[in-house]
Design a protein around this ligand. Structure first.
Ligand code: GRF
Length: 197
């Protein structure tokens, strides 16, 4: 029995591609949904033969309209999607999607959370001068890059690094750990401990 996965992406879609190409069994990427008609992920979906769809996210820039988020949730539930993977979705998820998929929305973030949440995490870490950067797969709650951590991978910062060379090495690790975390979830093996704040 397959577990249908929806990937939600706004940008280039390299993590989407990694989830399609990687071993996520018994999970299988069923659809790409995007809030951006220009998303590179749409082109990748066509190349990979994965169904893809743009859906209007509402009039806001960094979150969904409530009604629109309800429509996204209804659409995903209607398809029988059981796991939602955010992969560079540039919007906060609030009530309707969280209610529709409790404990079933995952995100990949390019830092070792809880350090450096939010935008340009790689740049934040680089500018801070950390010696070890990395990436995190976590379940999504109502916050920005908060929620129980599933997997993390450290990436050493080299003396020769620029922000971009570091980000490129982190991205490679993202591609590896995202499918590992998705596979673990789909096999009922995603273990996490919730930090109470
Ligand atoms: C990745 O760095 C991911 O960690 C962050 O957004 C970026 C998306 O890249 N959430 P891509 O579209 O998957 O190439």
């Amino acid at each position: 029995m397959h577990i249908k996965i929806a990937v939600l992406a706004s940008g280039a879609g390299s993590n989407f591609k990694a989830l399609v190409s990687g071993d996520t069994a018994p999970g299988i990427v069923d659809i790409l949904l995007t809030d951006n008609e220009e998303a590179g992920a749409l082109k990748l979906a066509a190349e990979l033969g994965v169904e893809a769809r743009y859906m209007y996210p509402g009039k806001y820039r960094t979150r969904f309209g409530i009604r629109e988020e309800e429509l996204w949730a209804e659409y995903l539930l209607g398809r029988g999607v059981e796991l939602v993977c955010l992969a560079g979705l540039m919007r906060i998820i609030k009530g309707p999607l969280l209610d529709a998929f409790p404990g079933k929305i995952m995100n990949i973030h390019p830092s070792l959370l809880p350090s450096f949440p939010g935008l340009d995490a790689q740049g934040q870490a680089f500018n801070y001068g950390v010696k070890v950067a990395g990436c995190t797969v976590h379940y999504v709650d109502g916050g920005t890059d908060t929620g129980p951590i599933i997997l993390q991978e450290p990436v050493q910062v080299l003396d020769s690094d620029t922000r971009d060379s570091l980000a490129a090495r982190i991205l490679k690790r993202e591609h590896e750990i995202y499918s590992m975390a998705v596979k673990a979830h789909c096999r009922g093996r995603a273990v996490y401990s919730k930090v109470v704040r």
